[in-house]
Design a protein around this ligand. Sequence first.
Ligand SMILES: Cc1cc2nc3c(=O)[nH]c(=O)nc-3n(C[C@H](O)[C@H](O)[C@H](O)COP(=O)(O)O)c2cc1C
Length: 349
Amino acid sequence: MTHTHTAEVGPRGFPTGYMVEDVAITPNVVLAPMEGVTDLVFRRMVRNLGGPGLTYSEFIASKNLTMGERKAERMAQFDPEERPVALQIYGNDPSYMAEAARMLEDRGATILDINMGCPSKAVCKNSGGSSLMKDPELAVAIVRAVRAAISIPLTVKMRAGFDRARVNAPELCEAFEAEGVAALTIHWRTREERYGGTRDVSAIAEAKRRVSIPVIANGDVVDVASARAMFEETGCDGVMVGRGAIVNPWVFKQIHAWLRGEPVPEPSLDDRERLLFEYYTMIGEALPERAILGRMKMVTKHVAQAVDPSGEVLRRPVLQSKSVEQAQSLARAAFDTLRELELGVHAAS
Ligand SMILES: Cc1cc2nc3c(=O)[nH]c(=O)nc-3n(C[C@H](O)[C@H](O)[C@H](O)COP(=O)(O)O)c2cc1C
């Protein structure tokens, strides 16, 4: 399989980076946009770990952005050092999409991404997100309008199709490439499969055969084994990780190390404790007072999934805490207990 536009091919025969026009994406393991999850705080945390080659904003309603709506404005924020960064928009009106894209280019986005994958009823009702896949003419009209409005690279993120009877990602990818789209991300599921369905990555492989721009594969990549299967079965240029990064934000480094033929790093308990406390600090700095404790509890739950399967040591005490200070001291104590348990396990074995 050839990877004409990729920056490098690693010792395992898979690419270790790709180019979106003149933007180098290395590692070629990128963080998926996730509304309500991948806000500034989450992206800062992941970047601090030395993780993904590219981060995306949450999806921004194009019309709302052009009207200065607060939520859309908040979602459009990114750190000056968050580079490269893709800003993602959705909508069904080519002129609002073009206007929003222009605004985001002016604000310094590296890449503009169009969402054609969102399965939500609210988004599809207005012919945005994945319902655009049912209307290729409108999808192409949107791509054309946005392409004409900006000079930064334009990418599209889609699903395999609207449903299994209409798996049209490969045709759409060809049409988008002809319109000047610089890279494509495909989630192997259809809209009707939402987050279920039986794994079938053939539409990604087919799209990859039909276009010469980079194709990024997405859906259930959570570790080295699932990334390897995706590279092998689709010939993709990179993988995108969403839900897997919530529980394991080291996944980007791990997959990239494997692609480069290096030892795969495993975070220690101390690493996880450091991550949690850095996270607490970032939350304290970035969020309004009333939102801090709730967000601390949410991230504690995620960290606890890996280190405290029963939830008794870390998750439950922190979730029951009544203040930021109490949550912090209970989390500290929990890690001390977990370290003792770990030592006990090692001493016994
Ligand atoms: C909570 C949540 C929010 C999401 N929000 C977005 C979004 O704003 N834009 C988008 O393109 N995809 C969104 N997605 C889809 C993901 O980007 C990704 O395509 C999907 O989760 C499959 O990848 P995964 O199996 O690695 O999670 C969202 C997914 C989840 C779980």
